[in-house]
Design a protein around this ligand. Structure first.
Ligand SMILES: *Cc1c(COP(=O)(O)O)cnc(C)c1O
Length: 362
């Protein structure tokens, strides 16, 4: 490989499409004749305004975002949204959450500071290895929204169908699956994603919010910066935005458009994940930790029979150029994050390596 790059299975920040990195490299010293790098530019300049406008438009094109939804670029990562969502969307001070893993649990704990939280379903009983039945949830009439984490990055579970919210607003954390497949935006009141999993550099969230949910009249102690209205009224530039992340994400949006959009991306992601899941289903040494119906296409946790062998495999993969495969401590074992930018060849090569490891050590 030109730059001796490895296959990086990190859960985030994570691998990026190489053509995007190459474009950024080429534009580093002089962005399109401006004589400057994008990180040196005023966010109020015409040249930067075009970057942010195009990023938003390309995302709108990719996801077919309806006109009555705002697209916001906000700093603070996905974690800040755990607080901004209840601060902004609670009118009655009541919300429902589905607990499906580490990230929804964090969101629940934060939201509890702001109102009455109903955990209407949970998969905690089996260490978050499935999505609970959400076809008939007990949702109070005055609930302001129903919150889900649509792909649990640590536990590797994903929602095959959305919950029945009984007419209430659905809010979804799509951080680790954003743009991995087509998405019907109008099924949601709000979608948000920390971009360092499947799109770009760390430190920014893309929030897609239905306009009627963006409002005045928040608690006067809510900082201006934490009101969606502040960001919406100022085109995501109330203050200096994360200029660099917006620039890089914009490149990734264009790249996805040029490679067939989200339909094509989903097809590649299914093929790619299938290679790994087929291996896990046939292996005697390794097995997946998630019930088949809820397996993520993006984050694949798997284990051997014991922690010692897990550690041995992780060390061996790392030495062979497959990095960041150690699972999160709450699940143990290994986890392969195989986001949009992970090529099929990377997954196939990892599977070949694991097969050989099994044959030699089984
Ligand atoms: C990583 C992650 C977060 C937290 O993102 P930060 O940008 O680190 O705050 C939240 N939700 C999910 C699903 C994640 O994968």
């Amino acid at each position: 490989m030109k730059y001796e790059r490895i296959y990086n299975f990190s859960a985030g920040p994570a691998t990026m499409p190489e053509p995007v990195l190459e474009e950024i490299r080429d534009e580093m010293m002089n962005y399109k004749g401006s004589g400057m790098c994008v990180m040196e530019m005023s966010h109020r300049s015409k040249v930067y305004q075009q970057i942010i406008d195009e990023a938003e438009q390309d995302l709108r094109d990719l996801m077919h975002i309806p006109d009555n939804y705002k697209v916001l670029f906000i700093q603070g990562g996905a974690t800040l949204q755990f607080a901004m969502i209840p601060m902004n969307l609670m009118k009655n001070g009541v919300a429902c959450y589905v607990e499906t893993g580490a990230w929804s649990k964090k969101a629940i704990n934060e939201a509890k500071k702001y109102g009455e939280i109903h955990v209407v379903a949970s998969s905690k009983d089996r260490n978050y290895s499935y999505i609970p039945d959400c076809s008939d949830l007990d949702i109070p009439e005055n609930a302001d929204y129903v919150y889900i984490c649509e792909n649990e990055t640590i536990h590797g579970v994903t929602w095959p169908t959305l919950p029945n919210t009984k007419g209430h607003v659905l809010v979804s954390d799509q951080s680790s699956m954003f743009l991995s497949r087509p998405c019907n935006v109008s099924d949601y009141g709000m979608i948000y994603a920390g971009v360092q999993k499947n799109v770009g550099p760390a430190g920014m969230v893309v929030a897609i919010i239905r306009e009627d949910l963006i409002r005045d009249g928040l608690d006067p102690k809510v900082p201006l910066y934490l009101s969606y209205k502040t960001h919406a009224d100022n085109g995501s530039m109330y203050n200096t935005p994360n200029c660099w992340a917006i620039y890089v994400c914009g490149k990734v949006f264009k790249y996805l458009k040029s490679t067939g959009g989200l339909e094509a991306m989903e097809k590649r992601n299914i093929e790619k994940a299938q290679i790994l899941y087929d291996f896990l289903d046939s292996s005697k040494m390794f097995h997946g930790t998630v019930d088949k119906a809820f397996r993520s296409l993006m984050n694949v946790p798997f284990v051997t029979a014991n922690a010692e062998l897990d550690a041995q495999v992780i060390a061996a993969t790392k030495a062979a150029g497959y990095d960041n495969l150690k699972g999160h401590k709450s699940v143990g074992g290994l986890r392969a994050s195989i986001y949009n930018a992970m090529p099929k060849e990377g997954v196939a090569a990892l599977v070949e390596f694991l097969k050989t490891f099994e044959a030699e050590n089984g």
